[in-house]
Design a protein around this ligand. Structure first.
Ligand SMILES: Nc1ncnc2c1ncn2[C@@H]1O[C@H](COP(=O)(O)OP(=O)(O)OP(=O)(O)O)[C@@H](O)[C@H]1O
Ligand SMILES: [Mg+2]
Length: 247
């Protein structure tokens, strides 16, 4: 029997984007109706259990709710309904690097990202050299992160994210932009995490990577799980639906 790492029950997330409140007559008459129709249900009563030692993929169209789900797992977003239980130390690598400041150097951002992930300054001091070595950015580590390519940025984010030695790694398109050498290196690191009963949730549009790397996957569609099962099967089902114009 495998033990759970993440248990989501009845997760619903609604967004109410701010409506343009310019006081036109049409708007003031239509306001009530306007607000109701603007509500977006990003996740709709989602149940999912992800186990320890599992690499789990999340796929689906733009706007399907994938990143929203990852934020709920990372507890950076509280669902409107439902409960989420996460068993282990989580490291979140969302696309933009949590806690990073693009105007500052890579070096400074290792500290910012590390602190945001819950490390103490002393711990970052100790791990600093290995983070720099892993990211392999050379002298670019002294340059503002704003000057990095997206692949360089994701190298830094991944290196900082792994430095907290997580049990659970949440990845949102982080590896899609890394080059072949870094992809291999990070895959080796992730396989090590899985061997030690860690858990990886991998959100990606790179379907071949999901099929190859993940054990199981979920296809999200309009905030609901459309399909859940072995990653290769779910990827195939999604591909077929896309080609048939049904996804
Ligand atoms: N902060 C927000 N405010 C309002 N609406 C939001 C917010 N974040 C997400 N949404 C909406 O929620 C829905 C799901 O968005 P989400 O970012 O989870 O999609 P996604 O599956 O990650 O898409 P992509 O593949 O483009 O990354 C979309 O309709 C999006 O517009
Ligand atoms: Mg997203």
């Amino acid at each position: 029997m495998s033990s759970p790492a993440i248990v989501a029950e009845g997760i619903t997330v609604r967004f109410r984007p701010l409506v343009d409140r310019r006081p036109t007559l049409r708007r003031s008459i239509g306001r009530m109706q306007h607000r109701v129709t603007e509500e977006i249900t990003a996740l709709d009563n989602v149940d999912l259990t992800i186990n320890k030692g599992e690499a789990f993929g999340v796929i689906g169209r733009n706007g399907a709710g994938k990143s929203t789900f990852l934020k709920v797992m990372a507890k950076t977003l509280r669902p409107d309904e439902g409960t989420i239980n996460v068993y282990g130390k989580t490291s979140t690598l969302l696309q933009l690097g949590v806690g990073f400041n693009r105007q500052l150097s890579g070096r400074r951002n290792i500290y910012l990202g590390g602190l945001a992930a819950g490390l103490r300054k002393k711990e970052i001091d100790e791990k600093f050299d290995s983070i720099v070595e892993y990211a392999a950015l050379g002298e670019a580590i002294e340059r503002p992160v704003a000057t990095y390519s997206s692949g360089m940025f994701s190298r830094l984010a991944f290196s900082v994210g792994m430095a907290i030695e997580p049990n659970i790694l949440l990845l949102d398109e982080v590896l899609a932009v890394g080059d072949e050498a870094f992809r291999e290196k990070s895959l080796t690191t992730m396989r090590g995490l899985l061997r030690s009963k860690g858990t990886i949730v991998f959100v990606s549009h790179a379907l071949a990577n999901v099929a190859e790397f993940c054990d199981r996957a979920a296809w999200l569609s309009h905030g609901k799980i459309q399909s859940l099962g072995p990653a290769e099967d779910v990827v195939q089902e999604y591909r077929t639906a896309v080609h048939a114009g049904k996804a």
